[in-house]
Design a protein around this ligand. Structure first.
Ligand code: DOR
Ligand code: ZN
Length: 350
């Protein structure tokens, strides 16, 4: 299918890092221009562990929105080994918290307060299953013995399969999946298991980490994998399977934090997120499937209404700036200085 104009239901981003303070103010506009809602990650310093903290954070996001923006942040709690069981009922009743995020301690940015031993949080997970509050998983083992490229596959074998067996009613999202193994696991699971897929994992394989030299701006967690895995992700995203939905994992860091002898993980894609997904879907010859992946499957999984308004994309190339402001410094976005084939040209209200 070749197409130069694409009008779809306004999409949502089911996995996003908005940060806080000045950084929040720098990035929120990019997401709000494109997405109606986003599941907001809680890995701030300190992490967002209670409903009260999530509601304060939500208020700061609303204040940071550009005038006139229509955007709804969907908050999450950061699961720790000290999370009280009662916090789950509070979250469910809050109307502002939609999920709980599991970070294995040490897996990625600000994950130090995460879970070391999954069995220690079984009572909390049991409450989540009972209250039907989704658990969002950063699915990587942190075992230094395990090769970094195998950490997602090993997590599925060691932790995810036993978790599914123990809590079959638990609603869960395997976040930012990067491997064929994850695709196979999720595809075979019932409808209470979903997965998000980022634009960068659909468009890049691990060669992008070493193109002519080391490329810190393509370093993210989970790390980019080999081409066969990218191809499996693209197939999963574009084949209409409702298990899979859009989650950018857009994760801004200032340049100095990435261009460093121990650079942070995270790719910034919020400036062009839906445009990058459009490129990936076009590459697969499946532009007609973009709407289901970007605008339907996630809302259905979270049992929220699909959006009523629409956005219009056009196949007009534009050049991404070399950098964007980020909290008094700058951030280098995906495709910096290069072109993106699709542009957002308009919105239609319902
Ligand atoms: O690349 C990543 N960056 N992966 C994560 O899991 C966290 C994120 C961040 O917060 O920077
Ligand atoms: Zn993330």
């Amino acid at each position: 299918m070749t197409s130069t104009r694409l009008e779809i239901t306004r999409p949502d981003d089911w996995h996003l890092h908005l940060r806080d303070g000045d950084a929040l103010g720098s990035v929120i506009g990019h997401t709000a221009q494109r997405f109606a809602r986003a599941i907001v990650m809680p890995n701030l310093k300190p992490p967002v562990t209670t409903v009260a903290q999530a509601e304060d954070y939500r208020a700061r996001i609303m204040t940071a929105l550009p005038p006139g923006a229509r955007f709804q942040p969907l908050m999450t709690l950061y699961l720790t080994e000290d999370t009280p069981v009662e916090e789950i009922a509070r979250a469910k009743d809050s109307g502002s918290v939609f999920a709980v995020k599991y970070y294995p301690a040490g897996a990625t940015t600000n994950s130090q307060s995460g879970v070391r031993e999954l069995s220690r949080v079984y009572p909390v997970i049991e409450a989540m299953a009972r209250h039907q509050l989704p658990l969002l998983l950063h699915g990587e083992v942190t075992d230094a013995q395990i090769d970094i490229f195998d950490r997602e596959r090993v997590f599925i074998e060691r932790h995810l399969m036993p978790l599914r067996e123990r809590f079959p009613e638990l609603r869960m999202v395997l976040e930012h999946i990067t491997t064929r193994d994850a695709v196979d696991f999720v595809r075979a699971a019932p409808a209470n298991v979903g997965a998000t897929i980022t634009a960068h994992h659909l468009l890049l394989n691990r060669n992008a980490l070493f193109q002519g030299g080391i490329r810190p701006h393509n370093f993210c967690a989970p790390i980019l994998k080999r081409e066969t895995h990218r191809a499996a992700l693209l197939q999963a995203a574009t084949n209409g399977d409702a298990h899979f939905f859009l989650g950018t994992d857009s994760a801004p860091h200032i340049r100095a934090a990435k261009e460093s002898d121990c650079g942070c993980a995270g790719v910034y894609t919020a400036h062009a997120a839906i445009e990058l997904y459009a490129e990936a879907f076009e590459q697969a010859g499946k532009l007609d499937q973009l709407e289901a992946f970007a605008s339907f499957h996630g809302a259905d999984f979270y049992r929220l209404p699909r959006n009523q308004d629409r956005i219009v994309l056009e196949r007009t190339a534009w050049t991404v700036p070399e950098e964007y402001p980020l909290a008094g410094a700058t951030c280098k976005p995906m495709r910096a200085g290069e072109s993106i084939a699709w542009s957002v040209v308009g919105h239609t209200a319902h």
